[in-house]
Design a binder for this molecule. Sequence first.
Ligand code: ZN
Length: 193
Amino acid sequence: MEYDMSRLQIVKYPGAVLRKKAVTVDRVTPELQNFMADMAEIMYESRGVGLAAPQVGISLRIIVVDTDDRLQTIINPKITRAEGSQTGVEGCLSLPGLHGDVTCAASVTVRGLNRFGKKITLSGEGLWARAIQHEIDHLDGHLFIDRVDASTLRWVTGETDENDNQIERPTTLPDALAVFERMAKIEKDETLV
Ligand code: ZN
């Protein structure tokens, strides 16, 4: 694989790679290990709890997750058990600022390879299980907006009001997507200048 770390950046909606089914990794090379380390770095820089390779433009089945100060890199992850149900707020580094409630399994087991190519099986619940499902969805071209309860969609500005509450602005799915499409068009026009 070839990529330039200095050019690696988060692909935002509606980037086409986000809708592609990612390819299975058949060999863990030193180059791939470097890439996975770079993925983790970008996730931490972006203050995310998970990142999938397609989100940096590389359509391979690799995810990184860190929900409890423990970095996990999983190659070719596959959910082998999913139980219960949880509903909670999700966002996505590829759809910055947009939050909404998503229902997913409460607890999952995932199998795959670690960054050294060794077989691993991991189980967990809560936020970790949510992150795993969200990131594996990315590998199949699914985004949280496909699963979100649209009536809960809102923009989170990062700003707070006089009572220190986060300012959130409700939105609809078509309006939110139109904002991202407009931003992508502006960025594209700027790179053409
Ligand atoms: Zn995401």
